[in-house]
Design a protein around this ligand. Structure first.
Ligand code: G4P
Length: 530
């Protein structure tokens, strides 16, 4: 197969949802179609269980499992499909945000009864900001839920999307009979009482045919006709370009658990979803078809075994062919590195590979060279953009609890931050360190890992911070900025990249500060300058 064909057959995407909407179940059904797993239940243990609020041993165990399931690759109809796992647990939202920098498209799963939930809103917003193509899958149609049109409205309003239904349910919950596939103009019906089996799709170009009444009954047929009429009237029809630019989102209905509507989704997905896209580097736009290899680290996973302090860095290949035992330039360190055992992922296994193509993810063993966001090239000085930090939700001072081990503590903190476990801020005034996290769970994880992997001890002290705001001054030399820095001195810190951050104690303070210093902009993400 030629290099170009290899690129064209790849689809690298992520599935995002609020926990419990059905992401794991859908992933599993997709893998079953690809023949990558033989039975349901294989992906299940990837999930961090709902009950695991502060059980960090459980988290450690999950961490190990999730190495294997970080990328699930399979072949379907000759396409190479790479699903990048995104943790649903909200304490790991940062991980998910970073993974979204490595996908070419996403599928958003929504529970028909619960509608648009909080976590979905946040994740979709990130995708919208980046114009990532999205497909929406409304799940659990076998249960009573919201009216399909109400849900479509909710998706448009709460998520700010423009939808185009590609399939439409016939009934719902107890009366759920099947689905009309608008994209392929086919009707797929459940057969049997238990809704576990599905009839072969019946081609149905003309929904006005009396045959429809015979199959689904007069009243359901009539309802479907009316609803489809409304769909055609109200919603724009599918447009490839608009979808690819992130301006139009196809919607599918189904039930992942019953494997209903999933094949329609997958078949359409491989047709319309983008193959590996060009990626912006600070220096230029890099196209996937370029011959020279380039890629970036979007995730780092510590090894489970504390005796071997090696880590696995996940690299998304942007262009060219990544080859085993070939020296590549690690741009930030200006150092050539060779990898004798790059891992590729296949279903839930990983194996050493000779070559990887754009869109693929390789796992590289690392002894501490890599940081999230690092770029690898064949020599060109490129820096891929856009691994953002968002304001943490929790903040605590971190103190050294064993003065003999301060070197170990700082090394440990440094490496854990490179992995993206949390964010470290250093106060301008006195150099004290503050750890910011998305969930309270991370503090235990950090303490545990510092002790077990680095032999260091820490304790925490409360500090009242509402949000970290990255500071952008219109003019660093103007009086206003100087005054801002003087007045807010106690609340100013640097993040790990040395960017100035204002640690605001309330939403009110942020508002007042913006009013008082209009030329000093406050951002909730570090990415504003891109
Ligand atoms: P998540 O990864 O998004 O968190 O969700 P997951 O797939 O684990 O699904 C959450 C729950 O919803 C599971 O039930 C799952 O079986 C159920 N589910 C998923 N898809 C459907 C569907 O189409 N219809 C119905 N009725 N249920 C669905 P659970 O009881 O939490 O777990 P389990 O005991 O089934 O493992």
């Amino acid at each position: 197969m030629s290099f170009l064909e290899e690129i064209q057959r790849r689809r690298t995407f992520g599935i995002i949802s609020h926990p419990d909407a059905g992401k794991t179940t859908l992933t599993e059904k997709l893998l079953l179609f690809g023949g990558a797993i033989q039975e349901a239940g294989a992906v299940k243990n990837n999930k961090i269980k709902k009950g695991a609020t502060s059980d960090f041993m459980e988290i450690e165990r999950q961490r190990g499992i999730s190495v294997a399931t970080s990328v699930l690759a399979f072949i379907y109809k000759d396409r190479k499909i790479n699903i990048l796992d995104t943790p649903g647990h909200k304490d790991f939202a940062e991980d998910t945000f970073r993974t979204l920098t490595a996908v070419d498209s996403v599928i958003v799963v929504i529970d028909v009864a619960k509608g648009v939930e909080e976590q979905t809103e946040k994740l979709v917003e990130v995708c919208r900001m980046r114009n990532i193509p999205m497909i929406v899958f409304i799940n659990k149609l076998d249960r009573e839920g919201k009216d399909a049109f109400d849900l479509l409205d909710e998706v448009e309003q709460k998520l700010g999307l423009t939808v185009t239904p590609m399939s439409f349910p016939i009934g719902m919950g107890y009366d759920f009979k099947g689905i009309y596939d608008i994209y392929k103009k086919k009707i797929n019906l459940f057969s049997g009482e238990n809704k576990q089996t599905i009839s072969e799709g019946i081609e149905f170009d003309d929904v006005n045919s009396p045959e429809l009444d015979e199959i689904v009954g007069d009243s359901a047929a009539e309802t479907l006709r009316e609803e489809l009429e409304l769909v055609y009237e109200v919603y724009p029809s599918f447009d490839q370009e608009k979808y690819s630019n992130g301006h139009l989102q196809p919607v599918f209905f189904g039930s992942a658990l019953n494997n209903f509507g999933v094949k329609e989704l997958l078949d359409c997905f491989i047709d319309i979803a983008p193959n590996p896209q060009p990626k912006k580097a600070e220096e230029r736009l890099v196209d996937s078809t370029e011959k020279k290899m380039s890629g970036f680290v979007f995730k780092i996973h510590a090894n489970m075994d504390p005796k071997h302090r090696d880590r696995l860095a996940f690299v998304k290949i942007v262009s060219g062919v990544f080859k085993r035992n070939t020296p590549y330039l690690h741009v930030r360190n200006n150092k050539k590195l060779k990898f004798s055992s790059p891992n590729a992922f296949f279903a839930e296994k990983k194996e050493i590979v000779e070559e990887s193509f754009p869109g693929d993810i390789v796992g590289l063993h690392d002894t501490g060279n890599f940081k999230i966001g690092d770029t690898l090239t064949e020599g060109e000085l490129l820096n891929f953009k856009g691994i953002p930090s968002f304001s943490p939700e929790h903040f605590r001072y971190v103190n050294n609890a064993d003065p003999m081990k301060s070197k170990q503590l700082y090394k440990g903190l440094d490496q854990l931050m490179d992995e993206g476990v949390a964010q470290l801020f250093t106060l301008d005034m006195n150099g004290r360190k503050i750890i910011g996290t998305v969930g309270a769970l991370q503090y235990e994880v950090i303490q545990y890992r510092l002790e077990h992997e680095y032999g260091a001890k820490c304790n925490y002290e409360n500090i009242h911070v509402h949000k970290a705001c990255w500071v952008e001054a219109e003019d660093e030399k103007n009086e206003e900025f100087k005054e801002f820095k003087r007045v807010k001195q106690r609340y100013l810190a640097k993040d790990k990249q040395g960017q100035l951050v204002f640690l605001a104690d309330s939403a009110f303070t942020i508002q007042m500060t913006q009013q008082k210093y209009p030329t000093v902009k406050l951002h909730f993400t570090s990415e504003f300058h891109n």
